[in-house]
Design a protein around this ligand. Sequence first.
Ligand SMILES: CCCC(=O)SCCNC(=O)CCNC(=O)[C@H](O)C(C)(C)COP(=O)(O)OP(=O)(O)OC[C@H]1O[C@@H](n2cnc3c(N)ncnc32)[C@H](O)[C@@H]1OP(=O)(O)O
Length: 566
Amino acid sequence: MASRKSAVLKNNEEEKQEEEEEEEVSDSPTEVKMSQIIMPCHCNHRQELCVGQLLKWIDITACLSAERHAMSPCVTASMDDINFEHTIRVGQVVSIKSKVNRAFNSSMEVGIQVSCEDLFSGHHWKVCHAYATFVTQRKETGERVLLKPIVPETQKEQLEYSLAAERRRVRMLHDDIIKDLLTHGCIQQGDSVEFSNAVAAEKTKVESVELVLPPHTNHQVNTFGGQIMAWMVNVATIAASRLCQTHPTLRTIDMFTFRGPSQIGDRLLLKAIVNNAFTDSIEVGVRAEAYQDLGTNRHINSAFMIFEVLDDHGKPCTLPRLQPEPLEGERRFQEAIARKKIRLDRKYIISRKQCEVPLSVPWNPRNQVYLSYNNVSTLKTLASRKKWRLSSEKDKVRLYSLEEKTMLSFRVDTEVDVPAHTAFSLLAELCNRPSWDTYYQKCDLIHQVDDDDFLYHVVTPSVHPRIHQDFILLASKRRPCGSGDSYVIALRSVLLTSHPPTEGCNRGEVLCAGFIIQDTKNNIYYNQASPEVLPYISSDIAGLSTSFYNIFSSLLRLLPTVQRHA
Ligand SMILES: CCCC(=O)SCCNC(=O)CCNC(=O)[C@H](O)C(C)(C)COP(=O)(O)OP(=O)(O)OC[C@H]1O[C@@H](n2cnc3c(N)ncnc32)[C@H](O)[C@@H]1OP(=O)(O)O
């Protein structure tokens, strides 16, 4: 018992240390803070802050950050998925902090943190985080204002800067992925079971019109984005309430995309309907159209919102099921099932703890984009940790280690005399790795997922005599997409039903490994973290250092040859 308690204390302490490591003082010129005390006029009938009101404050704060960087007017292009972890009550204080993570050409990603404070108990807690994309307005000539780059200062800012490029990739692919999954039949027929007490979808339908008046516009006299989101939340809440016949709580919003502007005098037609109701959650689809004259409607925004009904202890209640309308309703019903699966996969990938076994997550086309994002972001996050300790150094090959909780991670770092792109082309060719890394006995490509993501089967020696070890690895290979980026080759284990473990071969697992190659100093980092190898490695740091040194020496011998051929 005593040892368990000390382990808990140690974990809390380590968590605190990690938080301190992350809490660097930032003096980013784009940082904007807003605090609001929650008044009854901001709340719903349960005295909780309306999500629509929160979205308005988020949009204003983020826009101020964007415009501070752009030094010109900006519009909200999209707001990524938001998961509301807690509700905020009347009398509490909500604080919103935003800053520009990265500027691309005419668009930039703004990161937003929302927290809450109870003034009487002094407690603070995180409510949600969000990422919004803002675009500079066109000049009179029709050109967009090109943005100056962001120069990240702190380690946290550098990480966010680098991950913003990966998030942009996911954002741009978002609609195509959903369309692709829906057209390629990822929905299993038979998921729609008929329920005896089902509520007819028709009953949940909401259509509401708003006239855009001067108080609904932003400082550029277009309809204020936060107001559009608030109107959308309003109709979605009515639709969900009609299904559950009580007050639902909005938990998650799938990305808002502002497809086109609207102005004063426009009529906004807001439509919402429950697409599907699961055991304890409801998906509502919302669509916003703008028009001046009837029949000239422009589709300006769509979103999917997930509601729950909570009991007095905050636990989700069981909900009535939905009877979809024929044809279109059936389609929406099935698509909601596909989106729920995508959300669950994503939550599973993101919420997994480093020490959870098995480390591997099943790979499928549905979760590919999030697995890749997770693959790259885990490696970048590991590389950005501050507490790496130099364990040994030989001929400019340096071995660093980082000990945290149940994980021991390594970083091998050296400088090579070839351009970064040459080192990248060699290291990215995983099938050639057995030629310079004796640890890789065999490496076969199983499947090329897209231009930058690949699945491999790797065979290595095992600690047990006469038995091999094998791995199924997802390799995500990234070239820099702007100044300050590195080349990245991120590797992590995945489960593939087509390649189950075989007899006589130990299936190994890697949570995070790979290379980060920087052009400036031509450094190569190799990071690896895996609890299963911990007992073998920690007792033999010197042996490990020698083997890394040997591997890197072979690599260094090979690089000039590659350069000659490149
Ligand atoms: C006070 C709060 C601020 C507000 O209230 S703003 C009011 C609400 N927002 C609006 O009304 C915006 C409505 N939408 C629009 O005007 C346009 O769709 C929008 C966002 C300007 C994009 O126009 P396009 O003609 O498609 O632009 P483009 O193809 O030239 O691309 C320009 C840059 O924008 C990016 N972009 C476009 N749609 C996006 C999206 N959905 N998510 C993230 N980024 C997006 C695009 O990648 C491009 O970026 P970059 O120039 O390469 O950096």
